[in-house]
Design a binder for this molecule. Structure first.
Ligand code: DX5
Ligand code: ZN
Length: 222
């Protein structure tokens, strides 16, 4: 058995039936403990889209049993650290493209949240990831589509970055989680797991295709 975590992305859930969606996820979590809920927070500036804010997230946080994984696609991630502190978020991920000082930011995050993550757009390489920085974070999110929207096609060229991240993880931080996000389905999941990912975000495949959540979970972990 591998140790893959699946993080369904709420962005693709049925927003008219969020309560039912969360009930189904909570039921799955009873039998599959490697399950997070991925929350895409967008500011209409870092990416050309808006999603949900604190009133909706508060309700979700109260109802959701699994760890919350917040992916901040925002231009000023520092501002959100305090703003979101009462939402019981487990992992706080910011984009490397949105900061000049990832070390200071990750240290601030770790004062409040159990886990700090850095996300990397498809066009950004991993040169910024010094040994010191990689030791200071818990998660590296490699975007496998351009951030901003669900339902896009997986970008194959990002696989090399996942392999490189795995090499760096082995050398400098064996506890690092390597997460991928975008275009993950029953086929692309196999490729990213082989390359070294151990945490897979899945939006449209998980929420919008036929078959049960439990079957899709199984097809993603292989
Ligand atoms: C895109 C978001 C993703 C998105 C993934 O900017 O970060 O989390 O919801 O959706 P799919 O799995 O449909 O590509
Ligand atoms: Zn995301």
């Amino acid at each position: 058995m591998n140790n893959i975590t699946i993080a369904p992305s709420l962005l693709s859930a049925d927003f008219f039936n969020l309560s039912d969606e969360l009930n189904s996820l909570n039921a799955l979590y009873k039998v599959q403990k490697n399950l997070w809920l991925h929350l895409d927070i967008m500011d209409g500036h870092f990416v050309p889209n808006l999603t949900f804010g604190t009133p909706v997230l508060k309700k979700i946080s109260n109802k959701c049993h699994m760890p919350l994984d917040a992916h901040f696609m925002v231009s000023n991630p520092k501002d959100y650290i305090n703003w979101f502190k009462d939402l019981n978020i487990h992992n706080f991920t910011f984009h490397i493209e949105a900061t000049d000082d990832p070390m200071a930011l990750s240290r601030e995050i770790k004062k409040i949240y159990p886990s700090a993550g850095i996300s990397v757009n498809p066009g950004t390489n991993l040169e910024f990831l010094t040994p010191e920085l990689i030791k200071n974070i818990d998660l590296l999110l490699i975007m496998t589509v351009e951030p901003g929207f669900g339902g896009q096609g997986f970008i194959d060229s990002t696989l090399d970055k996942v392999s490189l991240a795995l090499e760096m993880k082995k050398k400098f931080n064996p506890n690092l989680t390597i997460q991928v996000d975008g275009g993950i389905n029953g086929e692309t999941s196999k490729k990213v797991i082989e390359a070294g990912a151990d945490n897979l975000v899945s939006g449209s495949y998980f929420f919008k295709t036929d078959s049960s959540m439990s079957q899709k979970y199984s097809s993603l972990i292989h």
